[in-house]
Ligand binder design. Structure first.
Ligand code: AHR
Length: 503
């Protein structure tokens, strides 16, 4: 049998596990909001029209922050449309997704929903078709207590207390030619700097995210980050990363190694940010907000017939409703491992998205809500990764991939929470046919006991949960896990994700 070994050091720490790593993303796109989190006619709807079954699943998923309201949507969005009496809110064209936005759900309703699920709002301003003044107006409306036109308007609209929003995104994917108001790095860097300075003048406590590249495969990647940060370095706290992965041309081997690409992406952005830091002789360090990441079968979407026509702007059409397999879930679990391994610099992240749209949770109008395969590694990582990420040494066999060269067959990360004296070890076996006999060496920890071991795998890596069979795939206890002396041994099935919970 193939063997691998992970040595975990209790003495060396990568960085704290920031709860914001377990964020998600709700965009006004397809059926994420309407017929997703919000469906007033649904049997489980509460008095505000939100589905209780979805609230329960989002709570179980353990989502810390939620980025909102886009995405590409935000670059055409007028925030004022989404507040005030609902029957007076305008219906608008959403050019990003060729849909109609009814504005039935806006800032107040979404903030109320976030209170129900216990998550923090991360708000994006429109820097595609709007600018500094509109961003300031939104910030005044959201965060100023009282006594000004917009804070009073908020109170009049039913919310006396400020929303108190900390995290703000300065636009979305401004490097992408598809983005409304797409700009060069220089032009975006300038407007992002002006907007950031003005927002801080109004509320110095805000944490600001400037747009990095919409993928590491953009032709401007690297130069974009350097140029944007050269304008905004002193004004922002985070630069964003976005990455989506898919299995292409049946190349499962490369797909299972997607986290290798994420590791390299993160490390390149850190290097670029630190280059700007050196050039500016700055003692400030920029963090990464990985605020869009997931498996997304983008090629499928791009090859589909698009919604089109001057008189055809549907409300909440079915868009980007990917159904996820076991292999997809293993990749999602591995991408979380990559984020955690970089916990010293990646301090915020958002799984894109949350409900129906490339999402861990699916719903049917008038019908059930269910967990996709990708739900499980996210929920357990959010639940069990706590305290600090520990330094590890991994000894693993390698395999060849078409996209990323020779990569380790196994990937892993470990966390330790001294307040509860518990640890968690997250493991992935990327082999398509071989079990891996894994040893986790915990020398240095006192008297480890195994609390639990859960694995996501299936003889059929393409198995998935569907409307007709919503519980086909789930987690199973891994009965091979056992403590021996100061090690834990466990067998990792092919194409699998595992978490060991230790006390
Ligand atoms: O998450 C779907 C889309 O992907 C977002 O709207 C956009 O920011 C990205 O390109």
């Amino acid at each position: 049998m193939i063997t691998a070994r992970l040595t975990v050091s209790p003495h060396f720490v990568v960085g704290p596990v920031n709860r914001r790593l377990f964020g998600s993303f709700v965009e006004h796109l397809g059926r994420c909001v309407y017929d997703g989190i919000y469906e007033p006619g649904h049997p489980s709807a509460d008095d505000d029209g939100f589905r209780r079954d979805v609230i329960e699943l989002v709570t179980e998923l353990g989502v810390s922050t939620v980025r909102y309201p886009g995405g590409n949507f935000v670059s055409g969005f007028r925030w004022e449309d989404s507040v005030g009496p609902r029957d007076e809110r305008p219906r608008r064209l959403d050019l990003a997704w060729h849909s109609t936005e009814t504005n039935e759900v806006g800032l107040h309703e979404f903030a109320a929903w976030l209170e129900k699920v216990g998550s923090e709002l991360m708000l994006a301003v429109n820097l595609g078709t709007r600018g500094v003044l509109e961003a300031l107006d939104l910030l005044e409306y959201a965060n100023v207590r009282s006594g000004t036109a917009l804070s009073e308007r908020r109170a009049f609209n039913g919310r006396a207390e400020p929303f108190g929003i900390s995290m703000w995104c300065l636009g979305n994917e401004m490097d992408g030619p598809w983005q409304l108001g797409h700009r060069s790095a220089t032009d975006y860097g300038k407007i992002a700097s002006q907007t950031a300075k003005a927002m801080r003048q109004l509320d110095p406590s805000v944490e600001l995210v400037v747009c990095g590249s919409s993928s590491a495969h953009m032709p401007t990647f690297g130069d974009w980050e350097r140029e944007v940060l050269s304008h905004t370095y002193d004004d922002v706290d985070y630069i964003s990363c976005h990455a989506y992965y898919q299995e292409k041309n049946g190349d499962l081997g490369s797909f299972l190694a997607s986290a290798v690409d994420m590791d390299r992406f993160i490390e390149s952005v850190i290097a670029t940010a630190d280059h700007v830091k050196a050039a500016k002789r700055s003692d400030k360090t920029i963090s990464i907000s990985f605020d869009e990441w997931n498996v997304w079968y983008l090629d499928r979407f791009q090859n589909e017939e698009k919604i089109a026509g001057i008189d055809n702007w549907p409300v909440a059409p079915r868009l980007l409703e990917d159904s996820y397999s076991v292999a997809d879930a293993v990749v999602v679990g591995n991408l979380l491992i990559s984020l955690l391994k970089h916990a010293d610099r990646v301090t915020s992240a958002s799984l894109a998205q949350l409900v129906n749209v490339i999402a861990p949770i699916m719903t049917e109008p008038g019908g059930p809500a269910w967990r996709q395969t990708t739900f499980f590694p996210f929920a357990l990582t959010s639940q069990l990764a706590a305290g600090e990420v520990l330094a590890t040494k991994l000894q693993s066999p390698y395999y060849d991939t078409e996209l990323y060269g020779s990569v380790p067959l196994v990937d892993a990360v470990a966390t330790h929470d001294s307040s509860t004296a518990t640890s968690a070890v997250f493991l992935v076996n990327r082999s398509q046919d071989a079990e891996v006999a894994m040893t986790v060496d915990l020398t240095g920890f006192d008297g480890t006991i195994l609390l639990d071991a859960q694995t996501l795998s299936d003889p059929d890596p393409s198995a998935r949960n569907t409307l007709d069979n919503p519980e086909r795939v789930g987690l199973s206890p891994n009965k091979t896990a056992m403590v021996r002396d100061s090690s834990v041994t466990v067998t990792l099935p092919p194409v699998s994700w595992t978490v060991l919970s230790l006390g």
